[in-house]
Design a protein around this ligand. Structure first.
Ligand code: ZN
Length: 240
């Protein structure tokens, strides 16, 4: 195929230019213990610094979810893998991320374990961004989590408008950027727990907007499951 023709196809179908990703390798990764993160907001905490009531980062805040699990903090190598999956076509990381989150949800860090009446729901992506990327990374992670755990996955959320990527705007503007950007399906989740899946939590604005919509479905609990949690101040959760 001639280059001008290929160039035109790349412009029309941007995900065609993606290269085949390397097979995920786990070099440099270690499994963090449950007590490394706050069970409520996912922040990195020291030993005995967090309880089910929260940690110094979240104790004064209302959160629309009941608990949060993570694979780790947003630093290397986990951050590199998330970036590879989001921006460099390495969709295959979705499987491993989902399997890891499934383990986190079953290793006893939840006060009350999840049962069979659990549904896994990804944070929705606007169709335009999904078309550009070729996939919704949160949905691939949610699929793997659901498959590993024997739960169903359902697209209970929809993105009602295209928003500026959260990584492109100031933290103080993020809450407003995603307000009313989600809509939940009109389904009754009475008696069901929902595992809400996203790749990265920084300010938590996106997860809050998504979880707030899910509350209209009346779930028993919402458990947020994210691959990595970043300190919004970029200080790796160290006191400054
Ligand atoms: Zn906390």
């Amino acid at each position: 195929m001639s280059w001008p023709l290929r160039s035109l196809i790349y412009d029309l179908f941007p995900h065609n230019r993606r290269v085949e990703p390397d097979r995920p390798t786990l070099e440099g990764f270690f499994h963090e213990p449950a007590e490394a993160s706050c069970p409520r907001c996912g922040a990195s905490v020291g030993p005995y610094a967090a309880s089910d009531a929260g940690c110094p980062w979240c104790i004064q805040t209302n959160l629309p979810w009941d608990a949060m699990v993570r694979i780790g903090a947003y630093h290397e190598p986990l951050s590199e893998w998330v970036v590879a999956m989001k921006f460099h076509g390495s969709w295959r990381w979705g499987r491993w991320f989902g399997e890891q989150l499934a383990n986190r949800l079953k290793d006893g860090r939840l006060e009350e374990p999840l049962g069979t009446d659990t549904v896994v729901c990804p944070v929705a992506m606007h169709w335009k961004r999904q078309w550009q990327r070729g996939y919704n990374q949160s949905r691939l992670i949610a699929q793997s989590l659901a498959r590993t755990s024997g739960w169903v996955m359902a697209d209970l959320l929809h993105r009602t408008r295209a928003t500026t990527p959260q990584t492109h705007i100031a933290h103080s503007q993020r809450e407003r950027n995603v307000t009313r950007s989600f809509r939940a399906e009109h389904v009754d989740l009475t008696g069901y727990d929902v595992v809400l899946v996203d790749d990265v939590k920084t300010t938590g604005s996106t997860l809050r907007a998504a979880a707030n919509q899910l509350l209209s479905c009346n779930p028993r609990r919402i458990i947020a499951a994210v691959v990595a949690v970043a300190d919004p101040r970029g200080a790796d959760f160290k006191a400054v």
